[in-house]
Ligand binder design. Structure first.
Ligand code: PEP
Ligand code: MG
Length: 325
């Protein structure tokens, strides 16, 4: 099977009925980069920049960050890379950077919250990324956004760095795309404002599921208790795709559910045209995609998602049946 997946590397990711779906990979360290070629990914849809900070014994300096991002971009060749700014806190521990002890770190001082309170950290990272991407496209996204205001504040910090670099005659990225991760449910009630504010949205389904269902993603006892292919979560995702279509703002999803053929199939049926996953998922997902009738799936899912009541068949069951046929 591995052999077969390798043969698919150069095959275009297009469904049987002609829908193109970009299959991107998640990464975070230089050792991940050869996987772009090995997996046949279209690029890196989520680059977790906090990993460089997590494996370092001291805070990486501006120069170290710039060198690292330059390396990532060089090794990615012409393929796009979406860098996520520091997502520390919660399950992502950076030993030399500790706030006060928190009772609920997942709900605590983390990611963009921490970055806006310590803007020097974010500005240094922005500057390193801007310099590393001089002359090419730079895609950036902000983790754990809770209110649209946070995106605007982060964007303002980025604009300051852009102005600073251009004042001192540095080359800038040819193009800048600025996005938000959608992983906190409060954003579901700000979808129109969100879509109008950013260049793209990336759903972090691991956290969005955790916070929507109030289940700790790292706690085996509860993590699988509720189904991310059940109607409630699929309806949440459908609402996001609809808002993205209304505003013509591209949406992608970069959680673990994209790495499973059945999960990826459901996402395509909801209208996602770009997903990002761990590299090992790309072969199996592409193999599923090539055999998929996306139009038919979309129609069947739209109908099944309207159903309710005690006798309705679970979506996972319907999706499995569709996959088998
Ligand atoms: C997510 O939350 O789904 C996500 C992609 O980010 P991480 O797993 O790094 O929190
Ligand atoms: Mg997350």
């Amino acid at each position: 099977r591995q052999e077969r997946f390798r043969e698919l590397r150069a095959v275009e990711p297009v469904t049987k009925d002609g829908t193109r779906v970009d299959l991107m990979m998640n990464a975070g360290l230089l050792v991940d980069l050869p996987q772009i070629e090995d997996s046949g990914a279209g690029g890196i849809g989520l680059f977790r920049t906090e990993l460089q900070f997590m494996i370092s014994s001291t805070m990486p300096k501006a120069d170290d960050q710039e060198r690292f991002y330059t390396n990532v971009l060089r090794q990615s060749g012409d393929k796009p890379v979406t860098f996520r700014t520091l997502d520390i806190g919660g399950d992502k521990v950076v030993p030399y950077f500790r706030g006060a002890e928190e009772e609920n770190p997942a709900l605590g001082w983390r990611a963009i919250r921490l970055s806006l309170d310590r803007p020097g950290l974010l500005r240094t990272q922005f500057r390193a990324l801007l310099r590393a991407a001089a002359g090419r496209e730079l895609r950036l996204m902000i983790p754990m956004v809770t209110e649209v205001r946070e995106i605007r504040e982060a964007r303002e910090l980025l604009n300051r760095e852009v102005r600073h670099l251009s004042r001192f005659g540095h080359d800038l990225p040819r193009k800048l795309r600025f996005g938000a991760m959608l992983e906190v449910p409060s954003l579901l009630w700000q979808l129109d404002e969100l879509m109008a504010t950013v260049d793209f949205v990336s759903v972090g389904s691991n956290d969005l599921f955790q916070f929507t269902f109030a289940v700790d993603r790292g706690n085996a006892r509860v993590a699988d208790r509720f189904d991310n292919l059940g109607r409630p979560f699929l309806r949440v995702l459908r609402q996001i795709v609809e808002a993205s279509n209304r505003h013509d703002t591209p949406v992608t999803l970069c959680g673990e559910m994209a790495a499973k053929p059945l999960g990826a199939m459901a996402l395509i049926g909801l209208g996602f045209r770009s997903i990002s996953m761990s590299p090992a998922g790309i072969g199996p997902v592409k193999s599923m995609l090539l055999a998929l009738d996306a139009g038919q799936l979309r129609t069947e899912m739209a109908k099944a998602l309207e159903e309710s009541g005690p006798d309705t068949r679970p979506m996972r069951e319907l999706l499995t049946e569709f996959a088998e046929n």
